[in-house]
Design a protein around this ligand. Structure first.
Ligand code: B12
Ligand code: SF4
Length: 493
C-alpha cells in the first residue's frame, strides 16, 4: 500500500493499437494512520466522467494502480494515454507519462494539479487538459487521430451541467470497490475557504447542478444498494437538495454525501434527506475554534453550536463523519485532546484528520509563502498527513505527533466503544463497521489484492439498507420524531 508498481525501463512495448485510449489513476502511498478502506470505498469520477464522451470508434480502458493489480497494461500499446494528476501523486503520473511517451503513445495529462501548476506538468505531456475534461476529451481524441494534437486544451466549468453524459461506470472493476456508484450532482460550493482547492487562482466554478431525475436514473442503473456523492458540498443550494431528495426517495436505496454543517439550519431538510435514504454525512467541521474558521473565511455556524447540529443529524438516523484540520494559527498543543474529547462527547461515528496543507495557487499557499513559512515544495508530502509549513503555536514535531495521536486515540477500542450510538439496536452494526473499516488495514490489503472488497462488504451494506428502509417507514409514519437517537449505520463513511 506504500510502493508503486515497478515500471521496468527494459520492458519492450507491445504493438501500437490505434484508436485505443488507456485512462490511468496513478498510485499514491496510503497513510498508515487512516483506514486503507477509504481508498476502495468508491472510485474517483475524474476519468469515468470524461470517458463517457469517447467516440464510438475508439476503445477506452480504465486502470487504477491503487487496486494492487500491478502496473498499467502495455500490450497492445495505447495510441493515447490519459492520466489524472493530483499534487500528491504528480511524480508517479510523470513517471508513467515518460514510460508511455518513450514507447510512442501520446500522453494527455489532466486534473487538479494540471490546473494549479500547468508549467510544471507541460514537459511530461503531449497535451494538457486544463479544466473540465468532459468538454475537452472529444476534441483531444479527434486531434490525436488527425495528428494535430495541441499542447494545451482549456475549458472552464461554466457549461450547462445537465448536458454532461452520465459517467462511464461500466468500465470500472465492480468487485474492487465497496460501491461503484460514485455520484456527482453538483460542482462548486457557496464557500471559498482559503485552504480549499476551490480557491485555486483562475478556477471559475460557479455552483452547477444536474437534473435530480438524471441522478436518480444513474443510481438506479448502476444496480448498487449504496451510493457515495463525491460533490464538494451537496448542501450548497437547499432548494436543489430538497428536489434531489424527492427524486431519490422512491429508489429505497441508501447514500452518503459531503455537506457543510449549515445544512442543519433547516431541520425539515434533514428529515427529507433521511426519508430519501441519507445514512451518513461527511462534514468539514475543520476546527472547534471560531478564530480559525474566520481566518479561513469559512462561513459557518459558531463551533459552540456544532454539538446541537450533530444531535439533529443523529436523531434522523444520519451518521456523522467529521473532518478536522489541525495546525491552524490559533491551534496550540491542547487542540488535540480538546478535539478528541469533543468528538467522543458528541459520538461522531467516524472521523478524518488533516494537517493544514497549503495547496499551490490557493490564498493559504500565498500567505504561507509571503510569511516564509513553507518548508519545501515536495508535493508528495502535501498529502495532509505531513506538516509542510512552520506552525505558529507549536513545533513541527508536535503537530505531526498530535496528528498521529488523534488517529490512535479515535481508532482505539475504548474510543470506538465510547462513540457507540445511543440506540442499542444500532450498536452491533456500528461496531462491525468500525472494526472492519478502521482497524483492519492488513485485512484490507488482502481484500483489495484478491478483488474481494465488494463481496466482503455487500452483506453489511444490504443489512444497513434494510434497517434504513424500516427506519424511514417509521419516520414517515410519525409527524414528528418521537424516538431520539435512532441511529442507522452507514457502511464505510
Ligand atoms: C473521490 C475522492 C477521493 C477518493 C479517491 C481518490 C483517488 N485519487 O482515486 C479517496 C476517498 C480515496 C480520496 C482520498 C484522498 N483525497 Co480525495 N477526493 C475525492 C473527491 C471527493 C472526488 C473526486 C472526484 O471524483 N471528483 C469529480 C471529478 C469529475 O472531478 P476532477 O477530479 O476534477 O476531474 C475533472 C477534471 O479535473 C478533468 N480531469 C481530471 N483528470 C483528467 C485527466 C485527463 C486525461 C483529462 C482529459 C481530464 C481530466 O476532467 C474531470 C471532469 O471535469 C475530491 C473532491 C471533489 N469533489 O473533486 C477529493 C480530493 C480530490 N481529495 C483530496 C485529498 C487531499 C485527498 C487525500 C490526500 C486526503 C487524505 N489525506 O486522505 C486522500 C489521498 C488521495 C491522494 N493521494 O490523492 C483533495 C485534493 C486537493 C488537491 N489540491 O490536490 C480533494 C480535492 C478534496 C478537497 N476538497 O480538498 N479522495
Ligand atoms: S466548505 Fe468545504 S468544499 Fe466548500 S470551499 Fe470550504 S472546504 Fe471547500
Amino acid at each position: 500500500m506504500t510502493r508503486a508498481p515497478v515500471l521496468d525501463a527494459a520492458t519492450a512495448s507491445g504493438p501500437m493499437q490505434s484508436r485505443y485510449a488507456l485512462l490511468i489513476n496513478p498510485f499514491y502511498p496510503k497513510d498508515p494512520n487512516a483506514s486503507f478502506g477509504k481508498h476502495v470505498l468508491t472510485p474517483t469520477l475524474a476519468l469515468t466522467s470524461f470517458a463517457a464522451t469517447t467516440p464510438e470508434h475508439w476503445e477506452v480502458r480504465y486502470w487504477d494502480e491503487n487496486l494492487l493489480d500491478g502496473r498499467p497494461p502495455f500490450v497492445p500499446m495505447p495510441e493515447v494515454v490519459g492520466i489524472t494528476v493530483h499534487l500528491t501523486f504528480a511524480k508517479r503520473a510523470f513517471e508513467l507519462a515518460h514510460w508511455y511517451r518513450s514507447r510512442g503513445s501520446k500522453v494527455v495529462l489532466g486534473g487538479l494539479h494540471v490546473l494549479s501548476c500547468p508549467e510544471e506538468c507541460a514537459p511530461y505531456a503531449d497535451a494538457l487538459a486544463v479544466g473540465d475534461g468532459v468538454q475537452l476529451w472529444p476534441s483531444i481524441l479527434a486531434d490525436a487521430e488527425s495528428g494535430r494534437l495541441r499542447p494545451k486544451y482549456t475549458a472552464a466549468y461554466e457549461s450547462d451541467y445537465r448536458q454532461d453524459p452520465a459517467p462511464r461506470r461500466s468500465m470500472l472493476p465492480r468487485k474492487s470497490f465497496l460501491t461503484t456508484t460514485s455520484l456527482i450532482a453538483t460542482r462548486g460550493c457557496h464557500n471559498r475557504c482559503g485552504f480549499c482547492y476551490l480557491a485555486t487562482d483562475g478556477l471559475r466554478m460557479p455552483y452547477r447542478m444536474r437534473d435530480p431525475g438524471q441522478i436518480a436514473a444513474e443510481f438506479a442503473a448502476d444496480g448498487q444498494p449504496y451510493a457515495v456523492f463525491v460533490d464538494n458540498n451537496l448542501g450548497s443550494n437547499r432548494a436543489y437538495l430538497r428536489a434531489l431528495c424527492q427524486a431519490l426517495r422512491p429508489l429505497n436505496k441508501i447514500w452518503s454525501a459531503a455537506v457543510s454543517i449549515d445544512v442543519t439550519d433547516d431541520p425539515s431538510l434533514i428529515r427529507i434527506m433521511a426519508l430519501a435514504g441519507c445514512t451518513g454525512v461527511f462534514v468539514g467541521f475543520e476546527s472547534l475554534t471560531d478564530q480559525n474558521l474566520a481566518d479561513a473565511r469559512k462561513k459557518t455556524p459558531k463551533a459552540g453550536d456544532y454539538g446541537r447540529r450533530v444531535r439533529m443529524l443523529h436523531e434522523h438516523g444520519i451518521q456523522v463523519n467529521g473532518s478536522f484540520v489541525l495546525g491552524f494559527d490559533h491551534d496550540r498543543k491542547d487542540v488535540f485532546a480538546r478535539t478528541a474529547d469533543w468528538i467522543e462527547e458528541n459520538r461522531l461515528e467516524c472521523v478524518t484528520f488533516h494537517i493544514l496543507t497549503p495547496y499551490p495557487a490557493t490564498p493559504l499557499f500565498r500567505q504561507m509563502e509571503a510569511e516564509g513559512r513553507l518548508l519545501h515544495r515536495e508535493w508528495a508530502l502535501y498529502d495532509t498527513a505531513h506538516a509542510v509549513f512552520r506552525p505558529k503555536n507549536m513545533s513541527l514535531e508536535e503537530l505531526e505527533q498530535g496528528y498521529t495521536w488523534m488517529y490512535q486515540r479515535l481508532f482505539s477500542h475504548a474510543s470506538i466503544w465510547r462513540r457507540r450510538p445511543a440506540d442499542w439496536r444500532a450498536v452491533a452494526p456500528y461496531l462491525a463497521m468500525s472494526y472492519l473499516y478502521k482497524r483492519s488495514n492488513r485485512f484490507w490489503r488482502l481484500l483489495i489484492k484478491h478483488h474481494l472488497v465488494q463481496f466482503a462488504w455487500r452483506p453489511l451494506v444490504e443489512l444497513t439498507r434494510l434497517r434504513h428502509v424500516r427506519f424511514r417507514e417509521e419516520l414517515a409514519a410519525s409527524e414528528r420524531l418521537t424516538r431520539p437517537g435512532a441511529g442507522v449505520v452507514a457502511a464505510g463513511v
